[in-house]
Structures are given as structure tokens and as C-alpha cells.
Design a protein around this ligand. Sequence first.
Ligand SMILES: NC(=O)C1=CN([C@@H]2O[C@H](COP(=O)(O)OP(=O)(O)OC[C@H]3O[C@@H](n4cnc5c(N)ncnc54)[C@H](O)[C@@H]3O)[C@@H](O)[C@H]2O)C=CC1
Ligand SMILES: C[C@H](O)[C@@H]1OC(=O)[C@H](O)[C@@H]1O
Length: 253
Amino acid sequence: MLLEGQKVLITGASRGIGRATAIMCARHGADVGLNVYKDPDATADVVAEIEALGRKAFVYDGDVADATSAPAFVKGAAAALGGVTAFVSNAGICPFHSFLDMPQDVFLRTLNVNYTGAYYMCQAAANQMVEQGGGGSIIAVSSISALVGGEMQTHYTPTKAGVHSLMQSTAIALGRYGIRCNSVMPGTVATDINKDDLADPAKREYMEKRIPLGRMGHPDDIAKVVVFLASDLSSYVTGASVLTDGGMFVNLQ
Ligand SMILES: NC(=O)C1=CN([C@@H]2O[C@H](COP(=O)(O)OP(=O)(O)OC[C@H]3O[C@@H](n4cnc5c(N)ncnc54)[C@H](O)[C@@H]3O)[C@@H](O)[C@H]2O)C=CC1
Ligand SMILES: C[C@H](O)[C@@H]1OC(=O)[C@H](O)[C@@H]1O
């Protein structure tokens, strides 16, 4: 097991990549802190999975875009689990919308959840790790969309680029404390975030044909990389990003 004795906190942990990451961290020996948002049934299911693995689960229900959520989640989890050794900023939304008529509320909500919320959460986690001493690992779930665009994602792709850049700068700011900061960049993973978009057979076929490995990602494909970045296997890795996309990014022709 790669995370024995670790205390790993994950935002947006009730579904998709966050859920898979929480369960995989528990499978590797970690107790986990779960930030969730108004998703009680799915949350209960994740907690049951984690406890069935013999690990502890702490739950905090709060909107990452609300500045009060970050300290409440981090401090609550640290008290319940006995500290924080790794933090995964995962919560995110992607309400596909055209650019010219992008509603301000859609733009601002996407920015506040995906970037501002990530900033608040990573800052709170870093302060906890500094207070504890002993270093730690912060992982942001960025995206292939940090590197390339999307016609219906003009509000979204900059937030993914933002969290990637945030890890580069926090890696510098926190290195002196032994805190590593890295991002994982998933390609396309079939989850609730893109359920409606991928319900279009033509879009789904287009995306799948772009992937040299011949399939879209599974949440576990991303969770494995997060476990690596949280573990001592990545002890000299900071300020890095791990593209985890089945080869989609490099596939021009
Ligand atoms: N699915 C994909 O193809 C890709 C996803 N990503 C990123 O992965 C992360 C997770 O996405 P998925 O698991 O695919 O989506 P998902 O929709 O399955 O899960 C998102 C999770 O975040 C939670 N959440 C949403 N808004 C929140 C808020 N304001 N506060 C707290 N929690 C909130 C949801 O309840 C859910 O548990 C996101 O940051 C997304 O940008 C990046 C690249 C590709
Ligand atoms: C929501 C998208 O389908 C998904 O999220 C991303 O970051 C990439 O754009 C993926 O395609």
C-alpha cells in the first residue's frame, strides 16, 4: 500500500474522479476527508465503501466557492483524522455554453468553483501542513483543457489552466516547507460532468477516435496518478503536471 498512515483530503468527493480518488486512497491505506456539496445519497455510498476498507472517512458538506468552506473543511478533517498529509483539489463544473452569449452567472459560477474555490482550499491545506510541520502533497485536478481549447468551454478552460499555474507557483512558495504541489491533467473521462455532452453519439465517437488508447478515461485512471503524487514515489516531483489522457493531446494525425 502506497499511502499507509496518510490523511488525504479530497474536494468534490461524492462522484466521479473525486469519489474514485477517495476510495483508491483508502485502498492504499489512507484515512480520507471528503468535501461534498448537497449530495447525501452519493456521499453515504462513498463513506460506506471507505469504511468497508477499514479506513476512516470525515465528511464536510460545503460549497468550495464559499470562502468559509476551506478552513472549516481542513480544520474539521485535521481534528477528526489527526492531521492532513495530502490534499486533492478536485471539485469542478463545466456547464457547456457558447461564448458570444455566455451568461455572467454561468461564467462567474464556473470561475468561482473551479479556480477561486481551488485557491481557497489549497491555501487552507497549505496553512495546515505548515502548522503541522513535516511537509505534504497538494494535487490539483487540472485538465488537458489547460493546454487546448473548447468552443463551448471559454469559461472553463482558463480555470483549468489557472489551477495548473497555481500548482507551479505554490510549488515555489511551499517548497521550503517540504510541501509538493502538482497537477494531474485528465483527458476525457465519462462522468456526470459531461453526461449530457457525451449523450450525442457523434460527439462521443469524435472524442473516442481522438484517443490512441482507444477508450475514454475511467475515474480510476486518474485516481492512480493522484495516489502516485500523494505518495513517496513522487518525493522529488513538484511544480509538475501529469497528462493522463490516453494520448489524446499528442494525436494530431
Ligand atoms: N470528466 C472529465 O472528462 C474531466 C474532468 N476534469 C476535472 O475533474 C474534476 C472532477 O470532475 P468529474 O469527476 O469528471 O465531475 P463530476 O461532475 O462527476 O464530479 C464533480 C464533483 O464535484 C462536486 N462539486 C461540484 N460543485 C461543487 C462545489 N461548488 N463545491 C463542492 N463540490 C462540488 C460534485 O458534487 C461532484 O462530487 C473537475 O475539476 C473537472 O474539471 C478534468 C479533465 C477531464
Ligand atoms: C467536461 C469535459 O468533457 C471534460 O473536462 C475537461 O476538462 C475536458 O475538456 C474533458 O473533455
